[in-house]
Design a protein around this ligand. Structure first.
Ligand code: PGA
Length: 239
């Protein structure tokens, strides 16, 4: 399968900055890119992306369809703004906003109900790695959440590698991805077709190494995806 490169812009970029990004990025784009801007820029980004190979997605949704949930945004609403995928269970959502495997499971179901491809993030903290609990954590984050019919994407993002400049080594990634692939095959009907991305301090320098790492089907990129030139170099590194 072609690698999937997904950009997670987190809480960055105003509308004008989104426009500037696309104006610089689109003329050089080769291949497909997934971009998750802030909810406030979803519609604008979808309009800018029209007719290109940019797939727009959301960074989060709430699992209820509609109702009295001040400040929340539903799957139907992000789909209405042009989102085709949604990041679910990012470690920042788990750590800072109290997301649990149970809420994540409900969000995945809601995403699938509205034809949004869920991009589920999993990964261990540094303490969990030090305590040799990595495989337990990854197993739990998948088995407690995934149903047989899951046909989204998984991103392995060790929490200690996110935004730290300290990417996991190829050995660590290969070991974790091997385990995750085995679990996916057991849990999901389409388990062997589920793309598995790596995320955590991916840069233009690490992209070529990642692309040669076993069981890596792409990357989820945070900080290094904010500049058009940097994101284009990462894509080139994977091509
Ligand atoms: P990073 O973020 O590339 O800045 O480490 C990755 C992510 O949080 O998805």
């Amino acid at each position: 399968m072609d690698p999937i490169i997904a950009a997670n812009w987190k809480m960055h970029k105003t509308g004008r900055e989104v426009e500037e990004f696309f104006n610089e990025f689109l003329p050089h784009l080769q291949g497909t890119i997934w971009i998750a801007p802030s909810a406030t820029a979803l519609r604008l980004a979808s309009e800018k992306a029209k007719g290109s190979n940019v797939v727009i997605g959301a960074q989060n949704i709430y699992f209820e369809k509609e109702g009295a949930f001040t400040g929340e945004i539903s799957a139907a609403q992000v789909a209405d703004c042009g989102a085709q995928f949604v990041i679910i269970g990012h470690s920042e959502r788990r750590r800072l906003f109290g997301e649990t495997d149970l809420t994540i499971k409900k969000k995945i179901k809601s995403a699938l109900d509205y034809n949004l491809r869920p991009l589920l993030c999993i990964g261990e903290t540094l303490d969990e790695r030090k305590a040799k609990k990595t495989s337990d954590v990854l197993t739990r984050q998948l088995t407690d959440v995934l149903e047989e019919d899951f046909n989204g994407v998984i991103a392995y993002e060790p929490v200690w590698a996110i935004g730290t400049g300290q990417s996991a080594t190829s050995e660590i990634i290969e070991e974790a991805h091997g385990l995750i692939k085995d679990i996916l095959k057991k849990l999901c009907k389409k388990g062997s077709d589920i793309p598995l991305l790596y995320g955590g301090s991916v840069t233009a320098e690490t992209a070529p190494i990642l692309s040669r790492t076993q069981n890596v089907d792409g990357a989820l990129v945070g900080g290094a995806s904010l500049e058009a030139r940097s994101l284009l170099s990462i894509m080139k590194g994977f091509a």
